[in-house]
Design a protein around this ligand. Sequence first.
Ligand code: GUN
Length: 293
Amino acid sequence: MTILDGKKISNDIKNEIKAEVDKMKANGEKVPHLAAVLVGDDGASLTYVGSKVRSCERVGFESTMVRMPHTTSELELLKKIKELNKNDDIDGFIIQLPLPPQIDTQKVLLAVDPSKDVDGFHPENFGKMALDMSTFIPATPFGILELLERYDVDTKGKHTVVIGRSHIVGRPMSILMSRKGWPGNSTVTLTHSNTKNITQITSQADIIISALGVPNFLKAEMVKDDVVIIDVGITRVEDDSHPKGYVITGDVDFENVSKKASFITPVPGGVGPMTIAMLLKNTLLAREQRRNP
Ligand code: GUN
């Protein structure tokens, strides 16, 4: 069994990005600038955005965190997005999801300039991804592809089962794993909350990508020997014995499933750090495209 070490690989990627930024600096060029908009003060979102901003510093990017109160109206957020679209110094920006209920997420994502949409959530970029055109690939699926590639995991002709159909992970992942090329060329089954008899499906899978958000959902009895497991779950589970009062728990019963797996991502330290590294990679791409349209 091999651990797919997202912490190590994301560090390698950050070092590669930093080397690119150092070259830009040496040539007197502008360095990439990422902005992140956080509406409200949800603890998990604040942690993720803080981590994204800190990672920018680590690779030599400029970064801006835009904080708006949870009472922000849709109009106010749309105005802020217009400003970021126009601001020539900002190469890419993200709106951290989820947004408060008074704001229509689809309207907000449509307002982002596709050339600055480093999350790859705008319909123009999502459509390009589905059509195999060059674009920003959403950071979590992009990170999973990168992990599979760097560990040389064979995906061709394999049965990949994706659990969860979110626009951020499950849906794009199902498209990417079925693409012609590598990683890809899989036969994909996309399962979700209305799927019947999920064990019958997961037990046939060569590769399982779980983005459900239910702690320890996937048990050893639900998988076959030598399965490849990608665990995207990051649920905070209360735990008073931990200084923070919670532990981050994945969708997979790691202790037992890992005994049957050929490759498996840990939580934490698997997919999570890869998401941030790939967001940085998309921001570097955005800068390069602005310099060289
Ligand atoms: N919320 C959970 N994952 C993500 C992500 O990848 N990007 C943004 N903007 N919000 C998220």
